[in-house]
Design a protein around this ligand. Structure first.
Ligand code: ZN
Ligand code: MN
Ligand code: MN
Length: 280
């Protein structure tokens, strides 16, 4: 099997509008938002729009689609009001994925906002239990995105994902996404070939490589361990081509879809509107 690639793709004009764009760019994988990512809720998807999405997708070479949740959601929120609103919003996101036939909803685990990491991990797991109860029998998985650990964000250590997965009642509904910029900023050195090997072995030991079901491929504008989340074009950041070489030559990771979330590409000859509504 070959590496399969794609990018976060704009849904301007509706979810189905992403498909010809991804197809034109030769993507075998893509990520979309299923609604405006800066809004809590959106009107439900119409059945005919969802049917159209699935039908159009079948005609393409795109093998894998994942969705990214809204940036507003915080499943670790200490306040009940914010927690409940986040739970409702994530249920809505999962419903949208389910009608679109999207198998993975990538979400940022959440931030504890000063209550501590143990609180955050438990709060997120309890949110997921409520969410999964309200979406019983759904096929779409809840995919934890590992984070840079900016502010009080949970998910910058492999142990956080392990603990959340081990606390939830339905761990079979959980998967994990490595964002390369995030884990590098979190302190995982994927640039140095020897340290890279340790990072992958640690992931396998702590979380398990079978849980790893997508990558966000982004270089990092900020150095190793900076805990700051700033995406850079591949090769132009602190991870550099060396780091991505480690990943792309790793046979253990060949089958895992790799999604670019790098900044919009602009050069003199052309402007690619790939990530118009992105940067996740
Ligand atoms: Zn993200
Ligand atoms: Mn990401
Ligand atoms: Mn990011």
């Amino acid at each position: 099997m070959n590496n399969y690639w794609g990018a976060h793709t704009s849904i301007q004009g509706g979810v189905t509008a992403s498909i010809p764009l991804a197809e034109k760019l030769g993507f075998l994988a893509m990520q979309i938002f299923t609604k405006n990512n800066n809004r809590w809720f959106a009107p439900p998807l119409k059945e005919e729009d969802a049917a159209k999405f699935k039908e159009e997708l079948k005609k393409t070479g795109i093998k894998f689609v994942m969705a990214h949740d809204s940036y507003l959601i915080n499943l670790g929120a200490p306040s009940d009001e914010m927690f409940n609103k986040s739970v409702d919003a994530m249920v809505d996101e999962l419903q949208r994925c389910e009608v679109l036939g999207i198998p993975q909803l990538n979400f940022h685990p959440g931030a504890h906002l000063g209550e501590g990491e143990e609180f955050g991990v438990r709060r997120i797991a309890s949110a997921l239990d409520i969410i999964h109860d309200r979406t019983a029998d759904f096929k779409v998985k809840s995919m934890i995105e590992l984070t840079a650990g900016q502010g009080s964000a949970i998910g910058y250590k492999f142990e956080h994902a392990r603990d959340i997965i081990s606390l939830v009642r339905e761990p079979e509904r959980m998967s994990v996404c490595i964002d390369t910029a995030h884990i590098f900023a979190a302190g995982y050195d994927i640039k140095d070939p020897e340290k890279y090997e340790t990072v992958i072995l640690d992931f396998d030991r702590i979380i398990g490589l079978d849980r790893l079901q997508a990558f966000h491929f982004n270089d990092s504008k900020k150095p190793l361990g900076s805990r700051v989340d700033r995406h850079e074009n591949i090769g132009d950041g602190f991870i550099g081509l060396e780091g991505f070489r480690n990943l792309l030559n790793d046979k253990r990771l060949l089958h895992i879809p790799k999604i670019l979330e790098t900044p919009k590409v602009k050069n003199n000859s052309k402007t690619l509107k790939i990530s118009q509504d992105s940067e996740a």
